[in-house]
Design a protein around this ligand. Structure first.
Ligand code: SAH
Length: 291
């Protein structure tokens, strides 16, 4: 064997998988009114669903423009309530703390955490457009010194080990393998740090992924995990659940309102409602301690 022949032929390994490119393409191109019009209300851009009781009076009234405006505001209120529910589980935190927002979208969650605790936040998204948009929003608010967004893979962030007091995934775990994800959270969190996830998961008691769960996977190019997978992967990665909350009943009113918002629907609304109602799909919050 010559010194240059190492005995194997290797194809170059791309830094990002083809799948991740497709996910990035999706989010780079995404301009759904349900994401942008809601965010414009107060410059808090949430790309997740809502929780809580609906004020159904927003569906009444004869002025179509006013009706649309009120429905938009109500959906935003419910999405914001979901973000606050997650943020409340991250604490207590102080302005000296740093938090990690994994799969941060257009950045609303990091702003919510910063406004609540004064902490520094680093958000990571695989979409360069989202990271740029979110950084621009932080500049406009004058919080760019504390809240920063990065176009990176949340499985491999390059951030310093143990540097974070809290971290979370808000509806972004279905794009990755949980063991790889939780290993990165465990690495980044200090001992005693808090991890929180809100996610749609398929219900193990139903059996396997239902038709509706498969349709949601196809719609978003993702791979919804079963509920059980979260607890297994956490146990393997030093994350010990301290609070588990089934938010399924709390999110159904949001979807019932959204399906009637003809100016905002994306076409997936009835699939979500069927999935929640037939017991194959759950909306779940888990908070865990990093030991
Ligand atoms: N958490 C945000 C956005 C949820 S949408 C919110 O609550 O508003 C899903 C997000 O996951 C998108 O921003 C997408 O870019 C991100 N994502 C998917 N795979 C990723 C990966 N491997 N690394 C980082 N972000 C990823």
């Amino acid at each position: 064997m010559s010194s240059t022949d190492v005995g194997t032929t290797t194809a170059p390994v791309p830094p990002q998988s083809t799948y991740q490119h497709r996910v990035a393409d999706y989010w780079n191109a995404e301009e759904n009114p349900v994401n942008l019009e809601l965010g414009r209300i107060d410059d808090l851009y949430h790309h997740h669903y809502g929780v809580g009781d609906v004020d159904r009076s927003v569906l009444e009234g004869s002025d179509p423009a006013l009706r649309q405006e009120r429905i938009t505001a109500e959906l935003h209120r419910l999405e914001h309530a979901q973000a606050e529910l997650l943020a409340a589980r991250l604490g207590p935190l102080s302005p000296a703390d740093r938090v990690f927002d994994a799969g941060c979208g257009r950045g609303g969650g990091s702003v919510v955490a910063h406004l609540r605790y004064g902490c520094a936040a680093d958000g990571v998204t695989i979409s360069v457009k989202q990271a740029e948009f979110a950084n621009e929003q932080a500049r406009k608010r004058g919080i760019e010194g504390s809240v920063r967004y990065h176009c990176r893979d949340m499985l491999d962030t390059g951030f310093q080990s143990g540097a974070f007091a809290a971290s979370w995934n808000n509806e972004s775990t279905m794009y990755v393998e949980l063991d790889l994800l939780f290993a990165e959270h465990a690495r980044l969190l200090r001992r005693g740090g808090r991890y929180v996830v809100i996610t749609g998961c398929y219900n193990d008691t139903y059996g396997r992924a239902s038709r509706e769960v498969s349709l949601i996977n196809a719609h978003y190019i993702c791979d919804i995990h079963p509920r059980s997978a979260y607890f297994r992967a956490m146990a393997r990665n030093r994350l010990v659940p301290v609070h588990v909350q089934d938010l399924t009943a709390a999110t159904i009113p949001y979807w019932e309102l959204r399906r009637q918002a003809e100016h905002l629907v994306t076409g997936i609304e009835d699939t979500f409602l069927t999935a929640y109602r037939n017991g194959s799909f759950q909306y779940l919050l888990i908070a865990a301690d990093r030991i």
